[in-house]
Design a protein around this ligand. Structure first.
Ligand code: ADP
Ligand code: MG
Length: 326
């Protein structure tokens, strides 16, 4: 395989968290509702994702690591109405090029599973094995064949932290059961269909249910749902402000700003409230045609939406706290 291909793969695989994100999204696409993620050394030496999804046949496993075979974008219209997560058809191809990957998979209708080991995307070993239905993908020694790129991986602690943050976003954004194991330690074990408020209290164990107020607002082309914290339940950074647009995590300075503007004078200076908020917007009003790694979307009527969000936050806090207007 060419150096160009490996370098291109390095662009897709921006870190261990990117591998976990892509594999997790594939499990969701495969209709899994129980997903286990295990990493070692921040994912640098070992990443394993197991799911109970639809699984793959031997042929499908071999095809899955080929580039461009599965791209789901058929026309421009699709860009505006993508409801599944994956749409590039490149993730497994890219990851397999720069790692030692093993895919073990069994469809429900198959008696036996197939395990294929790849080194730098070449299948080196195909075996029939006993395994429950679903798919397990193991990724070892990321960038073992691209040492210059491997040097740019962060420390195990930092890579591990970034993986944890991605897992937390999946915990909030999906209803599936999620287990997360880091260096053999159980970090999360979230049951399927756990209510959002309980997930928030699990991910932010310093919080209690009473610290949060629920948002549930609906207009004709958008909905705003989620939980925001009492003005005295804050952090010294914005790491607990987690916003999703149509279930896709986004990071937007403008959204942070309008969120905190809703708190206004209720907030002590340099303190930041918690907000886990889902914006559901009519797909025709959202442009997802941005770089897939970018955590941004373009909303046509963002001014209207942001103003509504600010007012909703403010009104909710006024109704629920001692800051009630006389
Ligand atoms: P995409 O998700 O864009 O199709 P990927 O490279 O991420 O591209 O995956 C390639 C294909 O491999 C998928 O389209 C799917 O058919 C198959 N696949 C990947 N992961 C899984 C999984 N966990 N369960 C079942 N099939 C999978
Ligand atoms: Mg995918």
């Amino acid at each position: 395989q060419s150096v160009i291909m490996k370098i291109a793969a390095g662009e897709v695989v921006t870190g261990t968290f990117a591998v976990v994100k892509e594999l997790f999204e594939n499990s969701i696409d495969a209709h899994a509702d129980e997903i286990t993620v295990e990493i070692q050394d921040g994912g640098k030496t070992y990443i394993k994702i197991s799911d109970n999804g639809i699984g793959m046949s031997e042929d499908e496993i071999l095809l899955a690591v080929q580039p461009h075979t599965t791209s789901k974008i058929k026309d421009v219209e699709d860009l505006y109405s993508i409801h599944t997560y994956g749409f590039r058809g490149e993730a497994l191809a890219a990851i397999s090029r720069v790692s030692r990957m093993k895919i073990t998979s069994r469809r429900k209708s198959d008696e036996i599973a197939t395990a294929v080991e790849f080194v730098g995307s070449e299948p080196i070993n195909v075996k029939k094995v006993m395994a429950p239905y679903g798919t397990t993908i193991e990724v070892k020694d990321l960038f073992f064949n691209l040492p210059a790129r491997r040097k740019f991986l962060k420390s195990s602690a930092v890579e591990g932290r970034m993986v944890t943050e991605i897992i937390e976003k999946f915990i909030f954004a999906t209803n599936v059961g999620i287990k997360f194991i880091k260096d053999k330690k159980n970090i999360y074990n979230i049951q399927k269909d756990t209510p959002l408020i309980q997930k928030i209290n699990t991910v932010f164990p310093e919080t209690k249910e009473e610290d949060f107020f629920e948002l549930n607002f609906e207009e004709n082309w958008y909905k705003i749902k989620g939980y925001i914290s009492h003005p005295r339940v804050t952090r010294n950074n914005r790491s607990a402000q987690i916003f999703f647009v149509n279930n896709r995590y986004i990071r937007s300075g403008e959204l942070f700003a309008v969120f905190e503007a809703g708190y206004g004078e209720m907030l002590e200076s340099r303190r930041h409230p918690y907000g886990i908020v889902f914006f559901e917007i009519d797909p025709s009003e959202v442009d997802v045609n941005v770089h897939p790694q970018k955590l941004e979307v373009k909303i046509s009527e963002s001014k209207i939406l942001y103003n509504a969000f600010k007012r909703l936050v403010r009104q909710t806090l006024l109704n629920e706290t001692k800051f009630k207007m006389q």
